[in-house]
Design a protein around this ligand. Structure first.
Ligand code: NAP
Length: 286
């Protein structure tokens, strides 16, 4: 029951109405019997500062930030975990005793959770996009000891900025989508991660497209693992297309659940979170 003692957790992003985080977090909260509620706050870029600062004044117990605020939010944290600092992306915040935000990143662990049993050591990867999720993906794939990780991006400024942050990691490289090598890179990769929102529900005119257009995908090998970080819809056009080509496909649900469980555990000072309850709630909802 929601009473005047109930505390709240929030997700801030734009868009957020596609998000399944409230469904899975509230399922875990209910299962654990916590006096908490988790809801989404859609926020325009121009309002982000006022929203994040105000939440620290009204007893919010924790925040998740999603697209497009994961990098920007670092400016509003007084303390940042070394991992989040390194990849310059925060997805989870908790207030300290003074009501100032402490930022961490649970995406890296969440992202590698469905890859851990696939023996990717010494294999090659391509990551599409150069935003917050791409940064988490690079860090995760380094942890899995992949031998070469190439980022393909349409945004050369963001790409160079990202590559500069990983300049000490010899296995990380990046190319613009206009580079003539991109089709060969995609054809020779063991793993491809879509870290762009192309294919996501509610992105206008984008959920019936393949990232960077059809030409990039025509000659994809059946041995390639295609991991789309999008979870709504559960099967994006990219996953549908690659499944039909014989590829092993993974959607973003397990990552969502794993990163969300890490966040809830952090907000509740280390409680063990029932991931199966979260995943079940998502499946039931969809
Ligand atoms: P972000 O920081 O905004 O980065 C998005 C990246 O995609 C940017 O490089 C952007 O390029 C690129 N991009 C956007 N539209 C594009 C298009 N039409 N064609 C090619 N590139 C395009 O977002 P993010 O936080 O990294 O999230 C990326 C995706 O991962 C989203 O779909 C998000 O839902 C998903 N995600 C899922 C989970 C999960 O738990 N499953 C967790 C995190 C993220 P520009 O800089 O040029 O705009």
């Amino acid at each position: 029951m929601i009473t005047s003692k109930t505390n709240f957790l929030a997700l801030i992003g734009n868009p957020v109405n596609h998000s399944l985080s409230p469904i899975m977090q509230n399922a875990a909260i209910e299962y654990l019997g916590l006096d908490l509620i988790y809801f989404s706050i859609p926020c325009k870029e121009k309002d982000f500062e006022i929203v994040i600062k105000s939440l620290s004044k009204i007893n919010c117990k924790g925040i998740n930030v999603t697209i497009p605020f994961k990098e920007k939010v670092l400016n509003y944290c007084t303390e940042i975990s070394p991992l989040a600092e390194k990849i310059k992306a925060v997805n989870t915040l908790k207030p300290n005793d003074q009501g100032e935000w402490h930022g961490i990143n649970t995406d890296v662990e969440g992202l590698i959770y469905p890859l851990e049993d696939l023996c990717l050591q010494k294999k090659t990867a391509v990551i599409l996009g150069s935003g917050g999720a791409a940064r988490s993906a690079i860090q995760g794939l380094i942890k899995l000891k992949m031998s070469k990780i190439t980022v393909i991006s349409r945004n050369e400024v963001a790409l160079n900025y990202l590559l500069n942050d990983f300049k000490n990691q010899h296995m990380v490289a990046g190319v613009s989508i206009n580079n003539s090598d991109v089709v060969d890179l995609v054809n020779s990769a063991d793993l491809i991660i879509n870290a762009t929102p192309v294919g996501m529900i509610n992105i206008s005119n984008k959920n019936d497209e393949l990232p960077f257009g059809d030409n990039l995908w025509r000659t994809i090998k059946s041995q390639t693992i295609i991991y789309d970080l999008i979870y709504n819809p559960q099967e994006t056009k990219l996953l549908n297309y690659s499944r039909k080509k014989g590829c092993l496909t993974i959607n973003g649900t397990k990552m969502l659940v794993a990163q969300g469980a890490k966040s809830l555990s952090y907000w509740t000072n280390g409680l063990t979170i029932p991931m199966e309850i979260m995943e079940e709630a998502i499946k039931k909802y969809l």
